[in-house]
Design a protein around this ligand. Structure first.
Ligand code: AMP
Length: 208
Protein backbone atom coordinates (compact mmCIF):
# COMPACT_ATOMS: atom_id res chain seq x y z
CA UNK A 1 0.00 0.00 0.00
CA UNK A 2 1.35 3.40 -1.04
CA UNK A 3 0.43 5.95 1.62
CA UNK A 4 0.88 9.68 2.09
CA UNK A 5 0.67 11.33 5.50
CA UNK A 6 -0.50 14.93 5.16
CA UNK A 7 -0.91 17.40 7.99
CA UNK A 8 0.75 20.32 9.76
CA UNK A 9 3.97 20.01 11.74
CA UNK A 10 3.17 18.69 15.20
CA UNK A 11 0.13 16.68 14.10
CA UNK A 12 1.85 13.44 15.12
CA UNK A 13 2.32 12.00 11.62
CA UNK A 14 5.79 10.75 12.47
CA UNK A 15 4.66 8.97 15.63
CA UNK A 16 1.90 7.12 13.77
CA UNK A 17 4.21 6.35 10.85
CA UNK A 18 6.79 4.69 13.11
CA UNK A 19 4.10 2.44 14.65
CA UNK A 20 2.53 1.66 11.29
CA UNK A 21 5.90 0.79 9.83
CA UNK A 22 6.22 -2.04 12.39
CA UNK A 23 2.60 -3.14 12.12
CA UNK A 24 2.42 -3.27 8.31
CA UNK A 25 6.11 -3.83 7.52
CA UNK A 26 6.18 -0.76 5.29
CA UNK A 27 9.19 1.55 5.00
CA UNK A 28 8.69 4.95 6.63
CA UNK A 29 10.08 7.75 4.48
CA UNK A 30 10.23 11.07 6.28
CA UNK A 31 11.76 13.84 4.20
CA UNK A 32 12.32 15.82 7.41
CA UNK A 33 14.34 12.89 8.83
CA UNK A 34 16.31 12.57 5.57
CA UNK A 35 17.22 16.27 5.69
CA UNK A 36 18.09 16.16 9.41
CA UNK A 37 20.36 13.12 8.82
CA UNK A 38 22.09 14.97 5.97
CA UNK A 39 22.58 18.03 8.19
CA UNK A 40 23.99 15.90 11.02
CA UNK A 41 26.48 14.18 8.72
CA UNK A 42 27.43 17.55 7.17
CA UNK A 43 27.06 16.08 3.67
CA UNK A 44 26.81 18.42 0.65
CA UNK A 45 23.04 18.12 0.84
CA UNK A 46 23.10 18.87 4.56
CA UNK A 47 25.17 22.01 4.11
CA UNK A 48 22.86 23.10 1.31
CA UNK A 49 19.64 22.74 3.32
CA UNK A 50 20.66 23.53 6.94
CA UNK A 51 19.66 27.22 6.99
CA UNK A 52 16.38 26.49 5.18
CA UNK A 53 15.38 23.73 7.61
CA UNK A 54 16.41 25.77 10.67
CA UNK A 55 14.16 28.65 9.53
CA UNK A 56 11.26 26.30 8.85
CA UNK A 57 11.12 27.15 5.15
CA UNK A 58 10.71 24.51 2.45
CA UNK A 59 13.67 22.96 0.68
CA UNK A 60 13.34 23.60 -3.10
CA UNK A 61 11.04 21.16 -4.88
CA UNK A 62 13.64 19.90 -7.34
CA UNK A 63 16.03 18.83 -4.60
CA UNK A 64 13.29 17.29 -2.46
CA UNK A 65 11.72 15.36 -5.34
CA UNK A 66 15.12 13.99 -6.39
CA UNK A 67 15.75 12.62 -2.89
CA UNK A 68 12.32 11.03 -2.65
CA UNK A 69 12.60 9.51 -6.12
CA UNK A 70 15.93 7.94 -5.24
CA UNK A 71 14.48 6.52 -2.02
CA UNK A 72 11.33 5.16 -3.70
CA UNK A 73 13.47 3.36 -6.29
CA UNK A 74 15.00 1.19 -3.57
CA UNK A 75 13.92 -2.46 -3.26
CA UNK A 76 12.16 -2.11 0.11
CA UNK A 77 9.64 0.38 -1.37
CA UNK A 78 8.38 -1.90 -4.12
CA UNK A 79 5.53 -3.34 -2.00
CA UNK A 80 4.43 -0.06 -0.49
CA UNK A 81 5.62 2.82 1.69
CA UNK A 82 4.57 5.56 4.08
CA UNK A 83 5.53 9.02 2.87
CA UNK A 84 5.61 11.34 5.88
CA UNK A 85 5.97 15.07 5.15
CA UNK A 86 6.03 14.65 1.36
CA UNK A 87 4.53 16.03 -0.83
CA UNK A 88 4.30 19.52 0.68
CA UNK A 89 3.63 21.54 -2.47
CA UNK A 90 1.47 21.03 -5.53
CA UNK A 91 4.61 20.74 -7.68
CA UNK A 92 5.84 17.89 -5.45
CA UNK A 93 2.44 16.16 -5.68
CA UNK A 94 2.51 16.41 -9.48
CA UNK A 95 6.06 15.03 -9.55
CA UNK A 96 5.08 12.15 -7.25
CA UNK A 97 2.21 11.24 -9.52
CA UNK A 98 4.71 10.72 -12.32
CA UNK A 99 6.87 8.46 -10.13
CA UNK A 100 4.20 6.16 -8.64
CA UNK A 101 0.54 5.64 -7.72
CA UNK A 102 -0.87 6.61 -4.35
CA UNK A 103 -3.54 4.49 -2.64
CA UNK A 104 -4.51 6.86 0.18
CA UNK A 105 -3.63 10.31 1.52
CA UNK A 106 -4.29 10.50 5.27
CA UNK A 107 -4.97 14.04 6.43
CA UNK A 108 -4.05 14.49 10.12
CA UNK A 109 -5.84 17.60 11.42
CA UNK A 110 -5.30 19.43 14.74
CA UNK A 111 -6.06 23.00 15.96
CA UNK A 112 -3.18 25.47 15.69
CA UNK A 113 -3.06 26.24 19.44
CA UNK A 114 -2.53 22.56 20.19
CA UNK A 115 0.17 22.30 17.50
CA UNK A 116 2.16 25.15 19.07
CA UNK A 117 1.91 23.47 22.49
CA UNK A 118 3.11 20.17 21.04
CA UNK A 119 5.99 21.60 19.01
CA UNK A 120 7.37 24.02 21.57
CA UNK A 121 7.54 21.31 24.27
CA UNK A 122 9.28 18.73 22.09
CA UNK A 123 12.78 17.60 23.12
CA UNK A 124 14.97 15.28 21.09
CA UNK A 125 17.94 13.13 22.13
CA UNK A 126 21.20 14.32 20.57
CA UNK A 127 22.52 10.78 20.59
CA UNK A 128 19.72 8.39 19.53
CA UNK A 129 17.07 10.79 18.16
CA UNK A 130 14.33 9.64 20.58
CA UNK A 131 11.59 12.21 21.02
CA UNK A 132 10.15 13.46 24.36
CA UNK A 133 7.79 16.23 25.44
CA UNK A 134 8.09 18.38 28.55
CA UNK A 135 4.35 17.96 29.30
CA UNK A 136 3.12 14.86 27.47
CA UNK A 137 6.13 12.48 27.43
CA UNK A 138 8.58 13.83 29.99
CA UNK A 139 11.87 11.98 30.41
CA UNK A 140 12.43 10.35 33.81
CA UNK A 141 15.29 12.75 34.44
CA UNK A 142 14.99 16.29 33.06
CA UNK A 143 17.15 16.88 30.00
CA UNK A 144 18.36 13.25 29.79
CA UNK A 145 17.23 10.53 27.37
CA UNK A 146 15.53 7.54 29.05
CA UNK A 147 16.88 5.17 26.40
CA UNK A 148 20.57 6.01 26.04
CA UNK A 149 21.37 8.71 28.63
CA UNK A 150 22.05 11.24 25.84
CA UNK A 151 21.43 14.96 26.22
CA UNK A 152 17.99 16.28 25.17
CA UNK A 153 17.74 19.45 23.11
CA UNK A 154 15.15 21.64 21.37
CA UNK A 155 15.31 21.38 17.59
CA UNK A 156 16.18 24.76 16.07
CA UNK A 157 12.96 24.61 14.06
CA UNK A 158 10.96 23.97 17.27
CA UNK A 159 11.88 27.45 18.52
CA UNK A 160 8.85 29.73 18.49
CA UNK A 161 9.78 31.90 15.46
CA UNK A 162 10.42 28.83 13.32
CA UNK A 163 7.23 27.15 14.56
CA UNK A 164 5.17 30.17 13.47
CA UNK A 165 6.91 30.19 10.11
CA UNK A 166 6.39 26.43 9.60
CA UNK A 167 2.68 26.77 10.35
CA UNK A 168 2.27 29.66 7.92
CA UNK A 169 4.27 27.82 5.23
CA UNK A 170 2.01 24.82 5.84
CA UNK A 171 -1.15 26.90 5.39
CA UNK A 172 0.08 28.55 2.24
CA UNK A 173 1.82 25.71 0.44
CA UNK A 174 0.69 22.38 1.83
CA UNK A 175 -2.94 22.87 2.88
CA UNK A 176 -4.04 23.16 -0.79
CA UNK A 177 -3.00 19.50 -1.18
CA UNK A 178 -6.02 18.53 0.94
CA UNK A 179 -8.25 19.62 -1.96
CA UNK A 180 -5.83 18.14 -4.46
CA UNK A 181 -6.14 14.62 -2.97
CA UNK A 182 -9.81 15.06 -2.13
CA UNK A 183 -10.50 15.74 -5.80
CA UNK A 184 -8.71 12.50 -6.64
CA UNK A 185 -10.88 10.71 -4.02
CA UNK A 186 -7.81 9.57 -2.12
CA UNK A 187 -8.20 11.73 0.98
CA UNK A 188 -9.16 10.38 4.41
CA UNK A 189 -9.42 12.72 7.41
CA UNK A 190 -7.93 11.68 10.75
CA UNK A 191 -8.71 13.59 13.95
CA UNK A 192 -5.17 13.85 15.29
CA UNK A 193 -6.15 15.89 18.37
CA UNK A 194 -7.00 12.56 20.05
CA UNK A 195 -4.56 10.60 22.24
CA UNK A 196 -1.84 8.89 20.15
CA UNK A 197 -3.24 5.35 20.70
CA UNK A 198 -6.69 6.47 19.48
CA UNK A 199 -5.18 8.15 16.42
CA UNK A 200 -3.31 4.94 15.63
CA UNK A 201 -6.50 2.87 16.00
CA UNK A 202 -8.32 5.22 13.59
CA UNK A 203 -5.52 4.78 11.07
CA UNK A 204 -5.62 0.96 11.36
CA UNK A 205 -9.40 0.97 10.88
CA UNK A 206 -9.09 3.09 7.76
CA UNK A 207 -6.48 0.76 6.28
CA UNK A 208 -8.44 -2.44 6.96
P1 AMP B 1 9.42 17.82 9.20
O1 AMP B 1 10.22 17.02 10.16
O2 AMP B 1 8.59 16.99 8.29
O3 AMP B 1 8.61 18.90 9.89
O4 AMP B 1 10.47 18.57 8.24
C1 AMP B 1 11.47 19.41 8.75
C2 AMP B 1 11.91 20.39 7.69
O5 AMP B 1 12.48 19.69 6.58
C3 AMP B 1 10.81 21.25 7.09
O6 AMP B 1 10.49 22.38 7.89
C4 AMP B 1 11.47 21.66 5.76
O7 AMP B 1 12.46 22.64 5.96
C5 AMP B 1 12.16 20.36 5.35
N1 AMP B 1 11.25 19.50 4.58
C6 AMP B 1 10.73 18.30 4.98
N2 AMP B 1 9.94 17.79 4.03
C7 AMP B 1 9.94 18.68 3.00
C8 AMP B 1 9.30 18.71 1.74
N3 AMP B 1 8.47 17.74 1.33
N4 AMP B 1 9.55 19.79 0.94
C9 AMP B 1 10.38 20.78 1.31
N5 AMP B 1 11.01 20.81 2.51
C10 AMP B 1 10.79 19.77 3.35
Amino acid sequence: MNLIFLGPPGAGKGTVAVKLKDEKKLPHISTGDLFRAAIKSESDLGLQVKAIVDRGDLVPDELTVAIVKERLDQADCQNGFILDGFPRTEAQAEALQKITNIDKALNFYVEEEELIKRLSGRRVCKQCGASFHVLFVPPKKEGICDHCGGELYTRKDDEIESIKNRLSVYKEQTQPLIDYYNNKQLLVDINAAEAPENVFTSVLNILK
